[in-house]
Design a protein around this ligand. Structure first.
Ligand SMILES: Nc1nc2c(c(=O)[nH]1)N[C@H]1C(S)=C(S)[C@@H](COP(=O)(O)O)O[C@H]1N2
Ligand SMILES: [Mo]
Length: 564
């Protein structure tokens, strides 16, 4: 138990600003921790979105497009981690400030907490206006913060009466009303030995109050433990309560007409080359959700409505009892840079989206399928594309398993040939037929394309960029894609020499990527490789480098490697 012995016996203690600030900062952090922990617990109990996530979501949704593009460009798929870190940093900084101020002016602490709570409620209103539970979780967090603040302030500032003797010992509650000028007395806690010496034999505190500093530390430890437990419990509750926490539990029916196995030779098995089928656990993940939504399959419904003759709603049981089909489809993200890995291939199981829409009877003129996820993300897909006979799916399975939570469990859309942001709604719960003239989806509103077919693209996987290989015979390999068009050829050149045709692996159809491979001989030294694909329409990838925004990157992928 450290004792601070500055100041001499009998002197008025000088105000120890640094120490007071330190205690205040700790207090502020504990208060923020209590608010977060109990907010998390309330969210877990009420089965609603955690306040932190709601705030993060609201930030994502309401940040200006240039900021989002910048964040995606700069941080890629780490953008979420960066955002969460940023939110936590802001909380730590403002919590510290709140504590320092509150240690002098308790009222300001409560006002600050009120502002936090108001910010949380604003986020709820912006993001899930109809969600009273989410609002309640925010309020619970705010109240917990206030309770922690009251408890800690009491301990932080136990001694205004000491100099005056026990008769003047105030009720703890009045601490909060002390005038700011009296803040210097905070330091009395540090001077416990002196205070004690100054009034020997005088009972220092009520039975509930330890010596000041010790009392503060004990209370702080108590608040920390309670908040930590509450937070951990809140986080664990969804898993403990709902069966869906531990992993998708759906049992999928077999497809009514199973696809044949992949053609032999679809996967060349070249070390370092992306496998033809991307394992679910390696599949790229892109979405705006800070925490993975986990709609309960038992409660899940998909509503199909809008400009249709027969709006309806379908449950998961009804969906699974239908004749499901399989399709091999390569998904690609519009944000993928030339050479990037925001692309993956899977065998999807689902119900044909066109059939579903036909049941509803789509009005002519309803040129946009506006789909919405359980967390409110929206996506606009051209109706004519989905209805043109391609394997657009309302998918429930991915590579023989229920959709992983990260990839849209229990149901998502997959449309071959369109970038994910205009076609691949995960956690889909609502499909409304509308017109592009009437409604703008999430990314369209932020300046991205409206109709965004995937651009013909190719990538070099082997050698790895800046990789080292032995000189002599060198294997070059990669993938190329032009979904729903098909790849006709892939050309490669080394050190800006002549182009030559690479060998293409087998494919199950025109909706997947294709592996390519070729060989060359190189001298020791550094070399470049470049690749370009030509699709089945005869169109060859242009060399011109174009940024992903608004509707996909172009350019030839070029890497350097060293032969030794
Ligand atoms: N609900 C929801 N679905 C979404 C998105 C999203 O932000 N929210 N992002 C889309 C984008 S931009 C892409 S590229 C694909 C990625 O799907 P994946 O994460 O399964 O690879 O999901 C699409 N579906
Ligand atoms: Mo995307």
């Amino acid at each position: 138990m450290p004792h601070v012995t500055t100041g001499t016996r009998g002197e008025q203690p000088p105000p120890h600003d640094g120490r007071r600030r330190g205690a205040g900062a700790a207090l502020g952090l504990l208060v923020v921790g209590a608010a977060l922990g109990f907010g998390e617990l309330a969210a877990g109990l009420l089965r609603v979105t955690s306040p932190v996530v709601t705030v993060g979501d609201a930030l994502v949704d309401n940040s200006p497009p240039f900021l989002m593009s910048w964040a995606i460009a700069l941080f890629g798929t780490a953008d979420k981690a960066v955002l969460v870190t940023g939110v936590l940093l802001v909380l730590v900084l403002s919590g510290t400030a709140l504590g320092v101020v509150a240690s002098r002016r308790p009222v300001a602490g409560y006002v600050g907490l009120g502002l936090f709570t108001a910010a949380g409620l604003t986020a709820v209103a912006l993001r899930r206006a109809d969600d009273l539970g989410a609002a309640a979780a925010v309020v619970v967090g705010g109240v917990a913060g206030a309770v922690a603040l009251a408890l800690l302030l009491r301990r932080l500032d136990p001694a205004p009466s000491r100099a005056q003797g026990p008769a003047a010992e105030p009720e703890h509650g009045t601490d909060a009303e002390r005038a700011p000028g009296e803040g210097a007395e905070v330091d009395d806690q540090d001077r416990e030995p002196h205070a004690r010496d100054d009034a020997p034999g005088v009972p220092q505190a009520g039975p509930d109050r330890g010596p000041g500093r010790r009392g503060f530390v004990l209370t702080a430890a108590g608040v920390l433990a309670a908040s930590g437990t509450a937070g951990a419990l809140g986080r664990a509750l969804p898993t403990l309560l709902g069966g869906s926490g531990s992993g998708p539990q759906l049992s999928l029916p077999a497809p009514a007409a199973p696809l044949p196995a992949l053609p032999s030779g679809a996967d060349l098995g070249v070390p370092g080359l992306a496998p033809f089928t991307t394992p679910n656990t390696d599949f790229y993940r892109i979405d705006t959700a800070l925490t993975v939504p986990r709609p309960d399959p038992a409660q899940w419904t998909l509503r199909v409505h809008g400009r249709v003759d027969r709006p309806f709603e379908i449950t998961m049981d009804e969906l699974l009892s239908r004749d499901l089909v399989e399709a091999d489809i390569t998904l690609a993200c519009v944000s993928n840079q030339v050479g990037g890995d925001l692309v993956g291939n899977a065998r999807w199981l689902g119900f044909p989206l066109a059939d579903l829409l036909r049941e509803a009877g789509v009005h002519s003129g309803a040129d946009q399928i506006l789909s919405t996820s359980s967390d409110g993300w929206t996506c606009g897909t051209p109706t004519e594309v989905v209805m043109d006979g391609r394997d657009a799916l309302l998918a429930v399975g991915m590579n023989g398993e229920p959709l992983p939570h990260e990839h849209g469990h229990p149901a998502r859309l997959v449309v071959p040939g369109l970038y994910g942001f205009v076609s691949a709604t995960k956690w889909v719960t609502d499909i409304r037929l509308t017109r592009f003239a009437d409604d703008e989806a999430y990314w369209a509103r932020r300046g991205w394309g409206v109709r965004a077919p995937i651009k013909t693209m190719s990538r070099i996987d082997v050698p790895a960029p800046l990789g080292r290989v032995g000189s002599g015979e060198v294997v070059l390999a990669g993938v190329a894609w032009a979904q729903h068009t098909g790849i006709a050829g892939v050309e490669v050149r080394v050190d800006d020499g002549d182009w030559w045709e690479a060998e293409l692996a087998a494919v199950p159809g025109i909706d997947t990527w294709v592996q390519w491979v070729t060989e060359t001989t190189v001298d020791p030294g550094t070399h470049s490789v470049e690749v370009r694909a030509t699709d089945a329409t005869g169109f060859t990838q242009p060399s011109e480098r174009v940024d992903p925004i608004p509707d996909g990157a172009t350019g030839w992928h070029r890497i350097r490697f060293t032969a030794t």
